[in-house]
Ligand binder design. Structure first.
Ligand code: FAD
Length: 406
């Protein structure tokens, strides 16, 4: 019979399950998640939730919604193996389920610092609701004991945590191994601006900082740096990136390359097996792979994979976008800053709002906006319609961008 099994009950898995129903599929759907919770919003975990601790409010759908849509949602349920040749999946309970279509939406796991104890009291990573609850508790403890916080990694998640901790009045140090913040996604102009704004609010930022040793004793963490410095903290958050959860696919002989390789339809190298979200690396057929880690990508890939499972092949080509909230700064990025040769600022980086247009040669590839949500929407339109201002026009505050799109 028809049974679509989805491994991973996160953003992509939930989206796919609901898309199947929206597209009038009426066979069985089983959504398997290894966390104790039904799908929830992950972005607040490094932002408001650390202060407000409103974790239950992050739940995306009530149990009644799963019942109404006839989606069998199983929490606390880990898939231990998949068998594409037999079209079955194995659960860690020993159960085996047959499928007509399989979607891998397993997400990604935070990288640990070498030797990091996953159960340490003072040293944490931040990916799941459980992690965020533990970090939130520790932040409150640091607040009452007036103990400093150290963040390892100056990417989005690290900087978001640093901003929250600082807003709580804590002493915060961000240790970044690279020579700029947000190195994977931000141009130097943007990174510099963020660094200045964090520093002006009292966050200590150390670039080119190489942590050599991390340990815990007596409810304190000790951080040793290559230059001989030694820091102690009541909380260390290790935010040094993630690795895609592609082991199930690899063990089943499915092609992986820093993620489960998929085409524009979400198909993997195995028949009837699809992948979406953070775990999926999209091939453009020319030996290039793009693995995005964003809500928008999880939603779009989840939708596309669901439609492919149903045999409706519609490739997806939405403009990627991402956001981050740090202090009073709402950063939105449209597109991907790949192979950037020119960046021009529209407005002034000292102002509350401005934007940066990034070009790869003549081509606009991404637009960073700070506190300019309307311009972000416009930028997404420019990128998807491939109509854009020249760098000279973009940097001219009197040039009418909206008129360009009419
Ligand atoms: P996930 O949401 O990670 O879901 C995968 C699920 O699969 C997990 O629950 C996992 O436990 C489960 N799973 C894995 N293996 C198995 C198995 N074998 N059996 C059963 N279940 C399994 N993106 C933005 O666009 N904007 C933001 O501001 C933003 N902020 C973020 C802040 C934080 C703290 C984090 C962690 C991420 C943030 N992201 C943000 C990224 C965004 O949350 C992810 O890109 C998105 O959640 C990916 O969705 P997914 O479904 O691919 O993976």
């Amino acid at each position: 019979g028809n049974h679509i099994v989805i491994v991973g009950a996160g953003q992509a898995g939930l989206q796919a399950a609901e898309t199947l129903r929206a597209e009038k599929y009426n066979g069985l759907i089983t959504l398997l998640g290894d966390e104790p919770h039904t799908p929830y919003h992950r972005p607040p975990l490094s932002k408001d939730a650390l202060k407000e601790k409103h974790f239950d409010a992050l739940t995306m759908r009530g149990q009644n919604v799963f019942e109404r849509r006839k989606i069998t949602m199983r929490t606390g349920c880990r898939v231990s193996a998949i068998h594409p040749e037999r079209q079955t999946v194995e659960l860690d309970t020993g159960e085996s389920l047959s499928y007509s279509g399989l979607l891998l939406a397993t997400g990604a796991s935070p990288r640990l610092f070498p030797g990091q104890e996953p159960n340490a009291k003072t040293i944490h990573v931040l990916r799941s609701r459980g992690h965020s609850e533990a970090v939130a508790e520790r932040l409150s403890l640091c607040q009452s004991r007036q103990e400093p916080v150290v963040v390892i990694g100056g990417g989005f998640i690290g900087l978001e945590v640093a901003a929250v901790a600082r807003e709580m009045g804590l002493e915060v140090t961000v240790l970044e191994a690279g020579n700029q913040l947000m190195g994977r996604v931000a141009t130097p102009v943007l990174a510099k601006t963020f660094q200045q704004r964090h520093e002006s609010r009292g966050v200590h930022i150390a670039l080119n900082a190489r942590v050599t040793h991390l340990s815990e004793a007596d409810d304190h963490a000790t951080i040793e740096l290559a230059d001989g410095q030694r820091l102690t903290a009541g909380l260390v958050v290790v935010a040094i990136g993630v690795t895609p959860n592609d082991t199930l696919a690899q063990e089943a002989g499915i092609v992986c390359n820093n993620g489960i390789v998929v085409d524009a339809y979400g198909r993997t190298s195995a028949p009837h097996v699809f992948a979406a979200g953070d775990c999926a690396a999209r091939s453009n057929g020319n030996g290039h792979f793009l693995r995005l880690e964003s809500i928008q990508n999880a939603i779009e890939q989840g939708k596309a994979a669901a439609r492919s499972i149903l045999g409706q092949s519609r490739p997806f080509h939405d403009t990627p976008y991402f956001w981050s909230d740090q202090f009073d700064m709402k950063l939105q990025i449209a597109g991907v800053a790949h192979a950037v040769t020119t960046s021009v600022v529209r407005g002034n980086t000292c102002d509350a709002a401005f934007s940066i247009y990034n070009y790869a040669d003549e081509r606009l590839v991404s637009v960073d906006t700070l506190n300019a949500p309307k311009e972000h929407i416009l930028a997404r339109k420019m990128l998807s319609q491939e109509v854009w201002p020249t760098p000279e026009q973009a940097s001219d505050p009197n040039f009418d961008l909206a008129a360009l799109m009419e």
